[in-house]
Design a protein around this ligand. Structure first.
Ligand SMILES: *[C@@H]1O[C@H](CO)[C@@H](O)[C@H](O)[C@H]1NC(C)=O
Ligand SMILES: *[C@@H]1O[C@H](CO)[C@@H](O)[C@H](O)[C@H]1NC(C)=O
Ligand SMILES: *[C@@H]1O[C@H](CO)[C@@H](O)[C@H](O)[C@H]1NC(C)=O
Length: 440
């Protein structure tokens, strides 16, 4: 489907001149009198699919486009086959600086489908949009269009601000399979120049940082540095502790170009403790070897997924620590469930042993309390919210949505570190508490 880049040196030269002029013209359209310190996107959890969705205003005229948030996604991709109408859409041609930025190694020389239209132009930089929920990748053309996002001072939304030439990939309608109702694509927040965080950073010159604060109802993604103020006036950024983000040299995307590194967010979990007692694990699974193993964070997995031997060790250790709580028949996809009537409750959820992901040293850990470890399966059943990822998963530990809800996670791309808050419920707030009402 993708063909090698073609074109002589001479035509390449002309293209480059043309495109640098073009981007100069379009950048001059941007409103430079207002520089946001950060941007904010509201995020809603879809109860049916457990996906975290957001809306971005896109195209000319603007329409709200609903997207599933993919923390480890490579870029924004949207369905261009069905009713993509926009006077500001531009294809990104091969051999342009934008195409280079995307790390594409492919070019759609000729689009034989019904074109020209968004997603079908000749001589267009070609990418491989990925839907990790159905483990499917396709090819798609790189394009640019205007988007508009709310700015924020960290405590409230401010004026909406546009990025005239946001880079994104088109995808066929079929790639929307498995996504929540009304969703038209995925918002990739990965560690790569054309994912949304670094594009916003380049457009507005704010810090190369973004933060996610998800909840079971509504939450937010912030682009730029804190404060990230949750009602009643609590700056959640104050509670962050930091751990290095680990590089994985081999892509973990569904499809990728040769030599691409992973754009997902890996952290160095060294061991796991339950009630301060280490769980015996095969430590080699926790490090990354030839792209396999290690621990990453994902918003497209509703629950944390553990390689089988880790899953067994963690659940057995947990059960040992709660001997006095009666077990009940497991409710899929979980394997360990309890009678909720025998479990007390605390400010941070069910009173169960805390689970610590121990990081670069014994004193650095991400503590998981009952509200993040246990899942209410109805009928007075509480289940340990981890699932068995099988014997040879690509990544040994995938920290999923339920475990990061009401935790602030800040991804500092310049310093290559993750700031994590543990449960904000301890701090008398939560991720649903950002005040999305603009100033009157
Ligand atoms: C630029 O943004 C500022 C702040 O929102 C606004 O007051 C101003 O009118 C805008 N200027 C243009 C030319 O759009
Ligand atoms: C692409 O080029 C081919 C051959 O020159 C032409 O037939 C076709 O109409 C063009 N398609 C688009 C989408 O411009
Ligand atoms: C530990 O995991 C590694 C990597 O999967 C595997 O090669 C090794 O056999 C495992 N060791 C034990 C004792 O299970």
């Amino acid at each position: 489907m993708v063909s090698p880049i073609q074109g002589s040196m001479a035509s390449r030269f002309h293209l480059l001149i043309f495109f640098s002029l073009f981007s100069y013209i379009s950048h001059s359209k941007a409103n430079t009198s207002f520089r946001p310190r950060a941007l904010v996107l509201p995020v809603t959890k879809d109860p049916l699919t457990q996906q975290y969705t957001t809306h971005i205003n896109k195209r000319t005229p603007f329409v709200p486009v609903k997207l599933t948030v993919d923390l480890g996604g490579q870029f924004l991709w949207v369905d261009c086959d069905k009713s993509y109408v926009s006077s500001s859409y531009k294809p990104v041609h091969c051999d342009t600086s934008e195409c280079k930025l995307s790390r594409s190694q492919a070019c759609t020389v000729t689009c034989f489908r019904s074109g020209p239209r968004p997603g079908c132009n000749n001589n267009t930089c070609s990418l491989m949009p990925d839907n990790p929920i159905i483990s499917t990748s396709t090819s798609g053309d790189l394009g640019q269009d205007v988007v508009s996002v709310q700015s924020t001072d960290g405590s409230r939304p401010g004026p909406s601000i546009s990025v005239p030439d946001l880079l994104f990939s088109c995808a066929p309608t079929s790639l929307l399979q498995g996504l929540a109702r009304g969703v038209r694509g995925m918002a990739g927040l990965g560690r790569v120049p054309i994912a949304l965080p670094l594009q916003f950073t380049r457009a507005f010159g704010f810090a190369a940082k973004f933060a996610v604060c998800l909840s079971s109802t509504t939450g937010a993604v912030f682009f730029g540095d804190g404060p990230y103020v949750m009602q009643p006036g609590i700056d959640a950024a104050k509670f962050l502790t930091y751990t290095p983000l680990i590089k994985n040299r081999v892509s973990t995307a569904g499809a990728y170009f040769k030599g691409d590194p992973s754009v997902e967010y890996f952290i160095g979990v060294k061991s796991i403790k339950i009630n301060n007692e280490p769980v015996a694990l095969n430590a080699s699974l926790l490090s990354i070897f030839k792209g396999n193993g290690g621990t990453k964070i994902s918003t497209v997995n509703p629950y944390t997924v553990l390689e089988t031997s880790i899953y067994k060790a963690v659940t057995n250790a947990f059960v040992k620590h709660v001997k006095d709580i009666p077990r009940v028949a497991p409710v899929a996809p979980f394997g360990t469930c309890f009678n909720a009537k025998n479990i007390g409750s605390t400010r941070v959820g069910p009173a169960v042993p805390q689970i610590d992901l121990v990081l670069q040293s014994e004193s650095e850990y991400w503590r998981i309390f009952g509200v993040n470890s246990m899942v209410n399966a109805g009928n007075d059943v509480l289940c340990l919210g981890f699932v068995d990822g099988g014997l040879n998963p690509r990544t040994s530990i995938v920290i999923g949505g339920h475990q990061i809800e009401d935790n602030l996670l800040q991804f500092d791309l310049a310093a290559s570190r993750l700031g994590f808050s543990s449960s904000l419920l301890f701090k008398q707030t939560n991720c649903g508490n950002f005040n999305f009402k603009p100033n009157a």
